[in-house]
Design a protein around this ligand. Structure first.
Ligand code: ACO
Length: 389
């Protein structure tokens, strides 16, 4: 007979939940040993080369690539949702100008829910509507904040542009050229989904409590913000600036990395023990862009540091390679994106993946609630407050 009072057998603790599988997903496969990434059956390299961001959004939400009519309908739906409620813009105007754009984005996504009467209706149809709304409005928030903090009025979204072109238009006030749009689109495609990363996991945990999509995306944005995750793109660029010149790479590496004082931001990954396939594509794209602008200073510095690190025996032993944030920092800088807006751009790209996971979680939900081994004291005697040390 089984003992119903006995504690269930525990799975051994794994610090950082490394190698713990939390369930199944049809969205993406991250093969860290071979450095491969697949979205719903398609190689990331093919998607970055051929697909628009909107096509990949459809793929993530519907599990297949859209035909022309389906793509047109989705694009129109996204364009129709890109404008912000006037209340959101006036709220943004009251925020401290020095606020970090990721903090603003986190706050405004939460605020958006207050202007959605069906924010807490979690049916598949309402969740799909909210996924479109958030994917469309997050780029508008990020661009509007750049204008507002500089004392300018936000530029309303262009009714005919796709997400990548529209973001650059709302940020800078002029329509971007086709090369800029292509890089922005490839960036968005490459970063739109990535298995059970920390921010996606956070979004799933929030969803598993039966909380709404705005809450889950707010959670995800707060998680992406950290320097060990999406915040690494901004930190990588700051590190390149600090090094300053390609000639200083060796000295900086010895003084900072070899002494154990610093990590190279944009290198290392929990899953990839080979080159992150997104980094490979972004390396090529950032080089082409730098060549086109005639300013190779930061690309040269980054690739020299990359080469130097890859030749280091500790980096070889620990399988440390550039991750997605390393060369994306160069690409975004060359596109003229302000440094502290790099991570909001990551969020713009990842909203489709997060929302796809949220919808997948709703389709087969169970509360995500792990356990922890208690290692504190036991059997202490109660001490009256006047008798305590
Ligand atoms: N530079 C130097 N050494 C590193 C780096 C790095 N960037 N990353 C890891 N290491 C070393 C660690 O010091 C550790 O060495 P040790 O075993 O001698 O102590 C070993 O590699 C393993 O590192 P962990 O921190 O245990 O690896 P973990 O899987 O927990 O962390 C992480 C992964 C957080 C990404 C880490 O590599 C890191 O801090 N990288 C820099 C920040 C970064 O680029 N983050 C973005 C990741 S991609 C993304 O989220 C979109």
């Amino acid at each position: 007979m089984s003992d119903k009072t006995a504690a269930p057998a525990h799975v051994a603790a794994s610090k950082g939940l490394q190698n713990v599988v939390i369930g199944q997903s049809k969205l993406s496969l991250v093969n860290g040993t071979e450095g491969k990434l697949i979205y719903a059956g398609y190689k990331i390299e093919d998607l970055a080369e051929h697909a628009t961001f909107e096509e990949v959004i459809y793929l993530l939400w519907q599990g297949k690539l859209p035909n022309r009519w389906q793509l047109t309908m989705l694009t129109k739906a996204l364009q129709g949702e890109a404008a912000l409620p006037a209340e959101i813009i006036s709220l943004m105007k009251q925020l401290p100008k020095a606020a970090h754009p990721m903090s603003v984005l986190r706050t405004m996504v939460s605020a958006l829910s207050l202007y959605d009467p069906k924010a807490d209706v979690n049916t598949p149809a309402e969740n799909q509507r909210k996924a479109i709304l958030l994917t469309a409005k997050v780029p508008t928030i990020a661009a509007a904040w750049e204008r507002i903090r500089n004392g300018l009025d936000p530029i309303p979204p262009h009714p005919d542009l796709g997400i990548s072109a529209n973001f650059l238009y709302m940020l800078k006030g002029t329509q971007p050229g086709p090369e800029e749009v292509a890089v922005m689109d490839a960036y968005n495609v490459l970063l739109s989904e990535h298995g059970m990363n920390a921010s996606t996991f956070a979004a799933r945990v929030t969803t598993s409590t039966l909380s709404d999509m705005y809450s889950a995306i707010t959670t995800a944005i707060g998680t992406l913000k950290g320097a060990a995750h999406g915040g690494a793109n901004e930190e990588a660029m700051k590190m390149f600036f600090e090094i300053g010149e390609a000639d200083r790479v060796e000295e900086w590496f010895v003084d900072n990395v070899k002494t154990g004082k610093r990590r190279i931001m944009g290198m290392g990954h929990r899953v990839y023990k080979a080159l992150d396939p997104r980094a490979a594509v972004l390396k090529t794209k950032s080089r082409h862009m730098a060549e086109a602008t005639g300013n190779l200073r930061w690309y040269d510095l980054a690739s020299k540091l990359d080469k130097h690190a890859r030749a280091d025996e500790e980096f070889i032993k620990k399988n440390l390679y550039a991750n997605v944030d390393y060369y994306s920092a160069i690409a975004l800088y060359t596109l003229g994106i302000p440094l502290d807006t790099f991570t909001p751009l990551f969020a713009i790209a990842r909203i489709p993946g997060w929302t796809a996971h949220i919808m997948e979680q709703w389709a087969d939900n169970r509360l995500i609630r792990p356990d922890v081994d208690y290692v504190g004291p036991m059997d202490l005697e109660w001490v009256d407050i006047d008798q305590r040390d």
